[in-house]
Design a protein around this ligand. Sequence first.
Ligand code: HEC
Length: 117
Amino acid sequence: MSGTVARAGGGPIAGARVRVQACLGDPVLTDAGGGFTIAVPASAAVVAAAAADGHYNGCWKAGGAECATVGPGASGLAITLDPLPTDDDPAHVFREPETCKFCHPDIYDQWSKSVMR
Ligand code: HEC
């Protein structure tokens, strides 16, 4: 599948790391125009997640608010990454652990059954 990675409200991000779900294989890096093409398993529904220094991780959302699954052969996946704040934020609220589950289901399951929960 293929698409582009861009900064929210800005231009393309070169060198963003794109994966089929987190922690599954090595990333593909976006080119100078933010473009990527990544090989995906033939049968699985997959998620395009991207990471770049100075940005929150992101995913393809299919125009909605949440990460969306996508099948092999999809093209034109536009992934937008929000920039990290540049200043310290004393009012920062940590994200709820449930928000991690979509991209990290195995780690979430392991953690949720552990005393670290
Ligand atoms: C949109 C999908 C997505 C969500 C949601 C998400 N992550 Fe990740 N996470 C990733 C990707 C992609 C990477 C790999 C980043 C990279 O290549 O630098 C990653 C990497 C990590 C790593 C580093 C793992 C390693 O081996 O280096 C940690 C720790 C982590 N995530 C924790 C979390 C936590 C905690 C949450 C919830 C608050 C969370 N993630 C939510 C996609 C996501």
